[in-house]
Design a protein around this ligand. Structure first.
Ligand code: TRP
Ligand code: SF4
Length: 432
């Protein structure tokens, strides 16, 4: 990975600790964000980082509604790494979120040359049928293609005004040779992420975008753009909460803010400094200002929140990838194909059975254990037992793989059945 950049289009492995330090990603944990009935990905450390998660957390705990957005670049097959994101989307839906699924046909075209009609076909066959089979409900769900949703493209154009070429080069490593469609695609993704807050799609509200950490540049760009369109910046200061009018806004906006804030308590004003100091929390002041901006004709978008998944380890070692078929189990693999890959997988076992009985295995570097951990074993007690048996040398890899194969077989054959059933209803999920 380049020293100072995350490349969304490269297939690389990451040092998660370094990402947190270097790119200012915040640490995510269940202690920090307790939630009712969390999915495996939250309980078992798959989600390791986030940006600006607090408003989403509050919406979950208070049941006040929010949006979740996921997108798919239809360039390969859906594997278990992709499933981890969908599992979270389903959890967010249970917690009251409206679900948006972007078929990233513009990005697939710009970055990989996949024609638009092929994207749609691939998206349905490889992803959306699986999403439905995995339990994505139709209510409160909207699936669309980037190229067909004008509101997404309009936001991409209008809101890219604060972004210049030098930023795009620095963030994405674009060069003079990069094609224009590729250059535009991250801005279209910003359109995906922000358009769900237009009134037509539910209005300004917290939005969570659960992604692999390779998508972080798009998240930062979206957050920066949302902030650039604000009238006020609301910050913690030495004098408490500060509301500052941006340089390009007229003084009437400061007066309007003062009138609004005065309805809720005392406000100290420093007008030459374009500043107000209301007696309330930063959070509350920010919410009031977002509402005010919205009522005065601005977007009033919340800065979108993100959560970051670890990548799954490839069955062959390294990072799982659609372009290396042996590295991943695809959701459309037959049970036979899947089991064959599983049987050939790199484990944390020792060279001989005897050594393993003596020293125990190493579940933390074992791709079979990872399948149990992230997908196949829902019960925490059962998983702990597998782990202990492995560590104690009471479990050998052959038998362990056989158990994984059995679980995998029943999972995949059940999924295949549900996928076929989904064919009849998939059209009803597609908004455009
Ligand atoms: N860029 C994402 C990928 O490569 C796909 C995507 C498009 C996306 N729009 C999105 C992801 C919005 C999250 C949110 O997989
Ligand atoms: Fe992995 Fe199972 Fe072998 Fe342990 S016993 S190293 S969990 S395959």
């Amino acid at each position: 990975m380049p020293e100072d950049r995350i490349d969304p289009w490269a297939s690389e492995t990451y040092d998660y600790g370094r990402l947190i330090e270097k790119f200012g990603i915040e640490q995510f944990s269940m202690e920090r964000f307790p939630m009712p009935d969390p999915p495996i990905q939250f309980r078992r450390g798959v989600v390791f980082g986030c940006r600006g998660f607090d408003p989403v957390h509050r919406a979950i705990v208070d049941g006040t509604g929010f949006a979740v957005l996921t997108g798919l670049a239809p360039s390969g097959k859906m594997h278990f790494g992709h499933k981890m994101v969908l599992d979270q989307v389903l959890a967010y839906h249970r917690w009251g979120a409206d679900v948006f699924v972007a078929v990233a046909d513009i990005e697939a075209w710009g970055a990989r040359g996949v024609p638009l009609d092929e994207s749609r076909h691939l998206a349905i066959e490889e992803y959306i049928l699986n999403y439905i089979a995995l339990g994505l409900p139709q209510e409160r769900t909207s699936i669309y293609s980037q190229s067909k949703r004008k509101d997404v493209m309009d936001i991409a154009f209008e809101m890219s005004r604060p972004v210049n070429w030098s930023t795009m080069k620095a963030v994405y490593g674009f060069t003079d040779e990069t094609n224009m469609s590729h250059i535009m695609s991250p801005l279209v993704q910003v359109g995906d992420i922000l358009h769900v807050q237009l009134d037509k799609y539910g209005g300004p509200r917290p939005t969570i975008v659960p992604v692999g950490v390779d998508q972080d540049p798009h998240i930062r760009l979206s957050r920066d753009i949302a902030k650039a369109f604000r009238y006020y910046s609301v910050q913690e200061t030495e004098q408490g909460t500060g509301v500052f009018l941006k340089g390009d806004r007229p003084m009437e906006d400061l007066d309007a803010a003062e009138t609004e804030l005065l309805k809720h308590g005392k406000v100290e004003a420093n007008k030459p400094y374009r500043a107000l100091y209301p007696e309330m929390s930063v959070e509350e002041a920010n919410l009031r200002m977002l509402e005010l901006e919205h009522s005065r004709g601005s977007y009033g978008f919340f800065a979108p929140s993100s959560s970051y998944n670890m990548f799954m380890t490839a069955l062959t070692g390294g990072k799982m990838s659609s372009s290396i078929p042996e590295s991943a189990i695809f959701l459309t693999d037959t049970p036979e194909e899947a089991i064959k890959k599983m049987k050939a997988a790199v484990t944390g076992g020792r060279t001989t059975a005897e050594e393993q009985r003596e020293q125990g295995g190493e579940p933390d570097i074992c791709s079979v254990y990872e399948m149990f951990n992230f997908h196949l074993i829902e019960s925490d007690d059962e998983l702990a037992a597998v782990r202990k048996e492995c560590l104690d040398g009471d479990r050998l890899c052959g038998a362990c793989k056989a158990q994984a194969a059995e679980l995998l077989e029943s999972f995949l054959s059940d999924l295949a059945e549900k996928r076929e059933a989904a064919r009849d209803i998939v059209k009803e999920y597609m908004d455009d």
